[in-house]
Ligand binder design. Structure first.
Ligand code: ADP
Ligand code: MG
Length: 250
């Protein structure tokens, strides 16, 4: 089954298009036959068992992994436009004893000035504005290694939103975040994609969030097993087979 939601028709919005993508590492085919079409403002969730190739697909889009096939981004009326991509990797960890603060982290990414010199007032103001996008100005002087899972995701999200991207790629942003934090984070992502009209492509193992927030769900298990609305995918025979669930998720 392959229930594409857009049927290939496009022309009214910018979009990310993936055609016949496959990735081989050594002799092993990691993913094959991936076809995906994501419009600006859409939230697409990639699901699949561990080792299914979700992160590999995201790395291909990011240009960190060689692949066969075509990945293109288009904006109507603009030729050869390159997509700006914001990325939060899977499970980044920071040592609680590490003295690096949130402000230091932003300053390292946004300016050439060595972090130990501190930040200029203008830079601190810019960092506050970035953190304000995720309602986290209060975290500016916290040590990164002491943040909770939800706080860390918000800080990394703020970092990925500067400069504002066309596509935001999040690899398992909900892992390590408690249930309340998950809802907060998903509400925030929902608001961000609407406010800035950007696409969000995220991987997750938390299926409870999908019906409420995702426009499309893609089930991956080395190949694209099925794709559709959350209800279509979570209720599908393919979902039951891949996750060995007798009754499906719904
Ligand atoms: P997922 O994110 O769905 O858990 P990954 O994309 O991380 O899966 O990995 C898919 C498969 O590709 C796994 O079997 C993994 O071991 C393999 N793989 C990923 N990266 C490499 C690599 N650099 N070298 C060899 N195998 C890799
Ligand atoms: Mg992964």
């Amino acid at each position: 089954m392959n229930i594409g939601t857009h049927g290939g028709a496009c022309g009214h919005a910018c979009c990310l298009r993936i055609q016949d993508l496959s990735v081989k590492i050594g002799a092993q085919t990691i993913i094959t036959g991936i076809n995906l079409h994501v419009h600006c403002g859409e939230m697409v969730a990639l699901i699949g068992p561990n080792g299914a190739g979700k992160s590999t697909l995201l790395k291909s889009i990011l240009g960190q992994q060689t692949y066969d096939g075509v990945i293109s981004f288009s904006v109507p009326g603009e030729r050869n436009r390159k997509a700006k991509i914001g990325y939060v990797p899977q499970s980044p960890t920071f040592d609680p004893g590490d003295p690096v603060t949130v402000a230091d982290l932003f300053a390292c990414c946004m300016s050439k000035r060595p972090a130990f010199l501190g930040q200029s007032p203008a830079m601190r103001q810019k960092i506050r504005e970035c953190l304000g996008r995720v309602y986290s100005e209060g975290l500016i002087d916290k040590r990164v290694g002491t943040l909770s899972g939800g706080e860390l995701q918000r800080v990394l999200l703020a970092l990925a939103l500067e400069p504002l991207p066309n596509i935001l790629i999040l690899d398992e942003p909900l892992s390590g975040v408690d249930v309340e934090g998950m809802e907060n984070l998903m509400d925030m992502l929902d608001e961000i994609r609407k406010t800035y009209d950007l696409s969000i492509l995220m991987t997750t193992h938390d299926f409870s969030m999908l019906s409420r927030y995702a426009d499309q769900v893609v089930l991956l298990d080395h190949k694209q097993v099925c794709q559709g609305t959350p209800i279509e995918v979570l209720g599908s025979e393919e979902f039951r087979r891949v996750f060995h669930r007798k009754g499906g998720y719904l």
